[in-house]
Design a protein around this ligand. Structure first.
Ligand code: HEC
Length: 386
């Protein structure tokens, strides 16, 4: 256990910010990338594990809200630190960062014996911070366009929305790769930097990573000269301004979330699908068209009634078949009648068996109602031959 001096690097507020942003970032990255690469088996596994696309979207949106809140908090914390406390703004980039970046390249290539001497934030840390700021602005604006396409297309041309989708999706890949390659390497692999857990950094690490800041601390010039009166005055200005700004930003977040409901709803997957395959009805062989009776010229045997009897009744009631003792093929035989006597009573269709049998229906040779009417008329007009 080293008894070395440790230097305060991050306040508890800084660390809460870092962890909540990290939680939001990891959640957004995971739930976002599995949507970008939705067909990858691993994406499907995670998607399933999280409970489906609708749940994934809800988690993604919740993490976005957490990040927006963290940003609002960060603006307040930075304002307090730099405006009220007058802490020097060490995060701003400057020319030294460019020379330091070049110095690191030369050092890493073995062209220099010593790496550049860094202050509170190395050029890499500044780059990462500003990349995060820029990335959050891009993701926030494009995310807004995707979440609120109607509001967006009222201000901008509609083509902005698919463009926003592409930018949102590509920036996500960039951001995740940057964190994995740049941040993880520098903070966890190159050296195990625990300052975000403990808030402190050892003297040895300070000497190695932030020698200029260490020199300022040792010289006692790293903090501004205490000014409690001025601080109080500035706090009285800062607090109301920040509260108004925060209220406006929170209203913005609310509009972001609840402004419109345009997201496509997904249809729940059907589990049991009834497949209905209607049987193709096989058409029944159409009955061969029956020869239509010759047009009735006059209602007499020769005028068409004889023809009607011959075509519709003649197959069974002819001189040789004589079914029922009846031959309906000639005028004489028709008037003669069958086994029960005359079937035609001239002038009295109601008592004529031909009519009675046919009107009863279901006769092996059945006439249509129209044909029966013709027969009726023929009989009532005297059942004439000509
Ligand atoms: C497929 C054969 C068939 C055809 C076609 C047919 N009949 Fe008949 N008909 C019969 C048979 C069998 C009988 C005897 C049995 C019965 O009385 O039902 C009969 C009996 C009758 C009788 C009663 C005869 C009697 O004296 O008892 C009448 C009237 C008659 N048919 C009228 C007609 C008329 C009118 C037609 C044409 C529109 C016709 N039939 C076509 C089979 C046929």
């Amino acid at each position: 256990m080293s008894t070395e001096r440790a230097y305060k690097r991050f306040t508890i507020s800084d660390r809460i910010e870092h962890w909540s942003e990290m939680l939001a970032f990891l959640t957004l990255g995971t739930t976002g990338l599995i949507q970008r690469y939705a067909k990858w088996p691993i994406s499907l596994k995670i998607m399933e594990g999280l409970g489906g696309i609708d749940r994934v979207r809800l988690i993604h949106h919740s993490a976005a809200v957490l990040l927006m809140l963290a940003v609002i908090y960060h603006i307040g914390a930075a304002g307090y630190k730099y405006y009220v406390k007058r802490t020097p703004i060490k995060m701003l980039p400057n020319l030294r960062d460019v020379t330091n970046a070049w110095g690191w390249v030369l050092y890493n290539l073995g062209k220099r014996d010593r790496h550049p001497q860094e202050d509170r934030f190395t050029f890499g840390e500044k780059l990462e911070y500003w990349a995060f700021v820029w990335g959050t602005i891009v993701m926030g604006l494009t995310g807004f366009a995707l979440w609120n396409p109607l509001a967006t297309s009222r201000l901008l041309p509609g083509v902005v929305i698919p463009a926003a989708k592409l930018a949102h999706s590509l920036e996500a890949v960039l951001a995740v790769l940057a964190i994995i390659i740049w941040h993880f390497y520098n903070v966890h692999i190159k050296m195990l930097n625990k300052s975000m857990f403990t808030g402190k950094m050892s003297e040895e690490d300070m000497l190695h990573e932030h020698p200029l800041e260490l020199a300022d601390i040792k010289a006692g010039v790293h903090l501004p000269i205490p000014d409690p009166e001025g601080e109080k005055k500035r706090l009285r200005i800062f607090l109301p301004v920040y509260f108004v700004a925060a209220a406006v930003m929170l209203a913005g977040v609310y509009f972001f979330i609840a402004g419109e409901n345009t997201a496509l709803a997904t249809v729940p997957p059907a589990t049991d699908i009834e497949i209905f395959v209607p049987l193709t009805p096989t058409p029944f062989p159409t009955a061969a068209p029956t020869p239509t009776s010759a047009p009735i010229l006059s209602v007499t045997w020769d005028g068409g009634v004889g023809e009607l009897f011959n075509t519709k009744c003649g197959t069974c009631h002819n001189a040789s078949a004589m079914l029922g003792g009846l031959d309906l093929t000639s005028y004489q035989s028709a008037l003669t009648g069958g086994k029960s006597g005359p079937v035609v009573v001239p002038g009295d269709p109601d008592n004529s068996p031909v009519i009675i049998r046919q009107e009863a229906g279901n006769h092996p040779g059945q006439l249509s109602p129209e044909d029966i009417d013709i027969l009726r008329e023929w009989i009532s007009t005297g059942a004439l031959e000509k």
